[in-house]
Ligand binder design. Structure first.
Ligand SMILES: NC(=O)c1ccc[n+]([C@@H]2O[C@H](COP(=O)([O-])OP(=O)(O)OC[C@H]3O[C@@H](n4cnc5c(N)ncnc54)[C@H](OP(=O)(O)O)[C@@H]3O)[C@@H](O)[C@H]2O)c1
Length: 368
């Protein structure tokens, strides 16, 4: 099949590699022109190509959108006529991981908005709900039983074409419904979003059924990120300077499983098989959290609460950032939580103490 991809960043590259491996012809495009993609195309081999967006779309049997939310309308606007084109929308209304990265689109469903940018196109939402660093390694040559990929759309023929493409890369499409309902279920504020593990198709299907039943019963299980009534956001950030090598400090700080050894508020950590942590606090309670972003080049580890737990926190996003500054190393530890209004003072004191304890632990570790 001829597959055009608009956007050649993380998603464009991950999908193009899978598609080429499956024998498809792939044309990548971006805003900087095909020459800027020479290296990427060479790495893809003879089935990889690059073109201007308009040429890529005219050539393709199916077009994947892999652009940042804020650039998507502009990216597709260069094409005059989208009538009948099968468009796979992999975008999310998000600028970064975590609660602060969500882009407010009111009551709109993101893929319904995207469909309005490509009038006449047959839009299928897919590949949006799981981070690529989890999704891509579980497909292609490595594909196993945990290979479900959610899809939503209004056009059955387009959906079946996309399901075939997913099957060609070792996945199994799991239908979440039409673009408005399924698109919402698997969109950023829906209950199927933010899946930090690959699911079996049976498991994915039962989650869809449960989510649809809850929806029919009037239970709106928005992710915590949209809960703002009577909630307060408390953000604290502190830094420390260490006389140590930044690489060495980063290696220590980024060991997600090892935080109990130097953060006094953590009694122990039990790593789960899906990469989540069960964090047992010294004060007696426990939560599950998970990595939201691991930026090795930028030396930044961000982690967040796994949604749906019995905790007064509607959300938590914490990040360690390590920087080499003038011969020493600076470590910043920032935590943002959303709590019910009456708890905000307590939360500020609590996270302040946790940050102080962690930074003191680092000071002690690197003071020699
Ligand atoms: N990364 C993930 O794990 C993940 C998972 C699920 C969904 N998503 C969603 O997938 C989309 C892409 O994410 P990403 O992580 O791949 O982003 P990314 O790495 O920032 O890549 C975005 C790409 O879009 C291109 N682009 C920007 N403006 C454009 C325009 N006007 N016309 C054509 N191309 C344009 C950029 O290239 P130029 O700047 O050179 O044009 C770049 O190649 C986002 O909506 C994201 O929310 C990402």
């Amino acid at each position: 099949m001829n597959i055009a991809i608009i956007g050649s960043g993380r998603m464009g590259q991950a999908l193009s590699a899978l598609f080429v491996e499956a024998g498809h012809e792939v044309t990548l495009s971006n805003s900087r022109g095909p020459e800027s993609l020479d290296e990427m195309v060479a790495a893809l081999g003879p089935n990889g190509h690059a073109a201007e967006v308009t040429d890529a779309v005219a050539w393709a049997d199916v077009v994947f959108l892999a652009t940042p939310w804020g650039k998507t309308a502009e990216a597709v606007s260069v094409v005059d006529d989208w009538s009948g084109v099968v468009v796979v929308d992999g975008t999310n209304n998000r600028s970064a991981p975590g609660p602060d990265g969500l882009i407010d689109i009111g009551d709109n469903v993101s893929s319904v908005l995207v469909a309005s940018y490509v009038p006449g196109a047959r839009v299928v939402k897919a590949f949006n709900s799981t981070p690529l660093f989890i999704l891509a390694p579980a497909l292609g040559a490595n594909a196993g039983a945990n290979n479900a990929v959610y899809i939503a759309g209004d056009d059955p023929t387009a959906k079946s074409l996309v399901a075939d493409i997913i099957a060609s890369i070792g996945g199994e499409a799991v239908d979440t419904g039409d673009l408005a309902t399924g698109g919402w279920l698997q969109g950023m504020t829906g209950p199927l979003a933010g899946v930090m593990e690959m699911l079996t198709p049976a498991d994915a299907r039962s989650r869809v059924e449960a989510a649809r039943a809850a929806l029919d019963a009037g239970v709106t299980t928005h992710s915590n990120e949209t809960r703002s009534n009577n909630m307060a956001k408390v953000a604290l950030s502190k830094s420390i300077e260490l006389n140590a090598d930044a690489e060495e400090v980063w290696e220590f700080v980024s060991d997600f499983a090892g935080h109990a050894s130097w953060q006094p508020h953590i009694q122990s950590i039990e790593m789960q098989s899906n990469g989540e942590r069960k964090v047992n606090f010294t004060r007696g309670d426990s939560v599950f959290d998970r990595i939201a972003e691991l930026d090795v080049a930028g030396k930044r580890l961000a982690y967040e609460l796994v949604p749906g737990q019995a905790t007064p926190l509607a959300s938590l996003l914490a990040a360690f950032t390590v920087r080499a500054v003038d011969g020493h190393t600076e470590v910043e530890y920032a935590i943002t939580v959303e709590v019910p209004d009456p708890m905000q003072d307590m939360a500020r004191v609590g996270i302040g103490a946790d940050i102080d304890g962690a930074l003191a632990g680092l000071q002690e570790r690197f003071s020699a």
